[in-house]
Design a protein around this ligand. Structure first.
Ligand code: SF4
Ligand code: SF4
Length: 395
């Protein structure tokens, strides 16, 4: 047995898995549901981990493919206290150690070390989405943590948030260039130590903002940032000195205080519960409350796959089929699998009769917008971020 194995720390969990079936971890694992192979189910990953730990399995291309198939949806973590998802992350860490990680991991590492983000964009441009006079941190009540992708790529999302905050008369600031990646992408790729270093940097910067700028709340738009700040500080033995809210929870507070009101909409809306904001973050109600606060709007649900039973958009799976890894023979596999799952989810949204599919997650939004659906289907159901919806309807 390889006693130096990263997997060894999960030995107890791996050997405790009974491969149970009904109601177990694999029941709604999106990969197992769509491929049907035991080796792709969470319990299959437990057996792969056992095989590697005992030296009975070798790291082969098909095995690597299975390890990167997990979408990080967290379903199995909520179904079993043995937490197969943790074992999957340890498997990815083991691949890095063995020099067999997906080529994209090396690119992430490089981007983290040179740019403090996995978004492949220069750190000095992180605040470019803001007008120059607002890029420096200032005295404020609310700290908006924009996150990597909204800062560098989907800037319209960050701009929508501050437009709403201004509209509601909220005094807000950002961390400026003291904002680094929260660490979530590094966690998902198996680089836990790196992730923890980034999270720690941000926690200390947030706490400094509490002391020096008078910040009392931090709001995140990205569900990954929310998940990180909700769970990681305690594990690192640190405490956030401010209240943590997801932006949808903060919008609900503004609605209750009468600072955010909407014009009428006769549309029917359906909401996609993202994995990170839902299963990991525990935020299910706030986005629904926002839709219900729109006069004339109707909210329908993709029953029974809602809340903690929701289906993943496969946003993190798409990462492994990206253009940076053209040399990898399995690229088409990740793309096709992701498309298959998103298409099915989009069909479920369409079957509710909704006019508009909403989400709070940039990953969900990109998956649905970028989905290779038939043209007519996309035209039938619009896909809108909650923050964009708020900016469109607020009065
Ligand atoms: S990980 Fe837990 S739920 Fe899944 S098969 Fe093993 S014991 Fe059952
Ligand atoms: S986190 Fe989701 S995709 Fe990954 S193994 Fe668990 S249930 Fe399957």
């Amino acid at each position: 047995m390889d006693t130096s194995s990263i997997l060894k720390q999960y030995e107890k969990e791996i050997y405790s898995c009974t491969m149970c079936r009904d109601g177990g971890c694999g029941t709604m694992c999106p990969i197992f549901e769509n491929l049907g192979f035991e080796s792709c189910a969470p319990r299959g990953l437990m057996r792969i981990a056992q095989g590697l730990m005992e030296g009975r399995l070798k790291i082969t291309e098909p095995l690597i493919k299975k390890i990167y198939s997990c979408t990080d949806c967290g379903y199995c973590a909520t179904r079993c206290s043995l937490n197969p998802h943790n074992v999957m992350l340890a498997l990815r860490a083991q691949l890095i150690k063995a020099g067999k990680a997906h080529p994209y991991v090396a690119r992430f590492l490089e981007s983290y070390s040179t740019n403090r983000t996995p978004a492949f964009a220069p750190h000095e441009h992180r605040s470019d989405w803001l007008p120059e006079e607002l890029r420096t941190p200032r005295k404020a009540d609310v700290l908006f943590f924009a996150g990597c992708y909204a800062s560098h790529h989907t800037q319209y999302m960050a701009k929508a948030v501050v437009k709403i905050l201004d509209h509601a008369g909220v005094k807000w600031t950002t961390l400026g260039l003291d904002e680094w990646c929260c660490g979530e992408v590094a966690t998902q790729t198996g680089m836990q130590k790196l992730s923890d270093a980034f999270t720690k940097h941000n926690i200390l910067a947030i706490n400094r903002a509490a002391e020096e700028l008078g910040v009392t709340k931090i709001v995140t738009h990205c569900p990954g940032c929310f998940k990180t700040f909700k769970h990681v500080p305690r594990r690192l033995g640190l405490t956030l000195k401010v209240e943590l809210l997801h932006i949808t929870e903060f919008y609900c507070q503004l609605i209750e205080e009468g600072k955010l009101k909407f014009k009428e909409s006769k549309k029917t809306y359906v909401y996609q519960d993202g994995c990170h904001i839902g299963r990991w973050g525990g935020v299910y109600e706030a986005p629904r409350k926002i839709i219900k606060a729109i006069p004339g709007a109707k909210l329908v649900e993709m029953e029974p796959r809602i809340r903690d039973l929701q289906e993943c958009c496969t946003g993190s799976l798409k990462r492994w089929g990206c253009s940076a890894s053209y040399a990898l023979p399995s690229i088409k596999y990740y793309r096709d699998l992701s498309q298959k799952i998103v298409r099915r989810r989009f069909r479920e949204a369409k079957e509710t009769g909704a006019d508009i599919l909403t989400s709070t997650c940039g990953g969900c939004h990109r998956s649905f917008v970028g989905g290779n659906f038939e043209r007519k289907t996309v035209e039938d159901v619009d896909i809108v971020q909650i923050s964009t919806l708020v900016t469109d309807l607020m009065i």
